[in-house]
Design a protein around this ligand. Sequence first.
Ligand SMILES: *Cc1c(COP(=O)(O)O)cnc(C)c1O
Length: 496
Amino acid sequence: MLYKSTRNSDLKVESAQAITQGISKDGGLFVPDKLPKIDLDTINNIGKLSYVERAKYVLSLFLTDFSEDEINYCAESAYTDKKFATDNIAELAKLSDNTYMLELWHGPTCAFKDMALQILPFLLTTSAKKVAGDKKIVILVATSGDTGKAALEGFKDVEGTQILVFYPVDGVSSMQKRQMTTQEGDNVSVCAIEGNFDDAQTGVKAIFTDEAFAKSLENNGMMFSSANSINWGRLLPQIVYYVSTYAKLVADGELTLGEKLNFVVPTGNFGNILAAYYAKKMGVPIGKLICASNSNKVLTDFINTGIYQKNRDFYTTISPSMDILISSNLERLLYDLSGCDDKKINEWFSLLNSKGTYEVDDKVKTTLGDLFYGGYCTDEDTKKTIKEIFEKYSYLCDTHTAVAVKVAKEYTQKTGDKTKMVIVSTASPYKFSESVLSAISNEVISDEYEQVSKINELSGLEIPNALANLKDKQVRFSKVIDKSQMQSAVSEMLGI
Ligand SMILES: *Cc1c(COP(=O)(O)O)cnc(C)c1O
């Protein structure tokens, strides 16, 4: 199987090249030339396997330039260790007769980004060996919170890699800061910068594109690569849990083979829900894809009108990982829906760049409306929803997941659709303890560990070890630098 660029359909590379490179030189994203198919018999059979075995099967369909041993090594390094707090890796909880919660947050950082970032380092080092020799991979990340920590945990002590994470000194929650500054591992480094997330992002981009610096890395047997969500190596592991979830529900007798299943996904960069779309196209009997946004509802409006409009007020919400106005992975969907029309993609995305807006044609608009439902949820409704389902089902969810629960309810009320549905749960409620506590209790507590204890007392939900253990961990990284010093921080860490 080959991968082509969304901005140039003639450019074709193998998966190892796509993963090592991250983004195509023309600015496009890599997509599979042709999606592999999975039939109902196969779905039925893999339902009896463990998560890691299902992962190996799905990965092998896409990574045809990897050997069986290489695929086994990647999947087993990520999903069989003691890294996840549950053997099922992706845990399913039944909320009501026709609704399930897919808990993707039992990994080491308690957010769904672990599902991909636990395996990406192995996919990346295996890929780089094929196309770039034995160079050491240097990962730079600018983070507003979740991604940085998940990348650190994924790359920690992975041979042949080194990772440096920059975060805005006043731009992350105290739990997130604690998660990063106490990071363990011999190949990791964390640095706060004076500035906001955009400053960190701009600084990282400038280092990436500095040719002299790249040369000096090369002279030292190193190369830069990227762990951000446009890398195919992050999207592919997400397709696995959609295939796996359907297969598991059939194996557990909750679904009849072939019966349709809807997915509701709390969405930001459109990576998670795009993986569900790919699973559907591969042949998994998925019905509607329900895209849930917070007040930054650029995607809700897009699905309903066909007009993408990023020029709008930006809201800082209690579901911060979805505070996004440019959803990068949407480009992959539009490429597919337009029949792989790279000219249209170039046209729309240059309009997005120059004018901040574009409108897709009628054919794409219609297909978009058939496949997706778009809805959104305000902060006030997010808290109400957390309280409501806690009281009704004794189920506690985080703020991002609550956005999806609210939109799921609205969808059912508006359409009367009785298809079974899976709500994708993307973070542990303990990770957003302040908002979650204020949703279910009137008590005001400012210390994050007291918030965690209180939630535990009220809900009985087990506190993830990964968060509980942080309290006693030593701070290893307390450096705060000016944004102009980012490049020297990288040199210093690499010793070049
Ligand atoms: C990143 C993230 C999301 C959004 O996922 P996308 O793939 O960017 O759409 C939702 N919830 C949580 C908790 C996240 O960390």
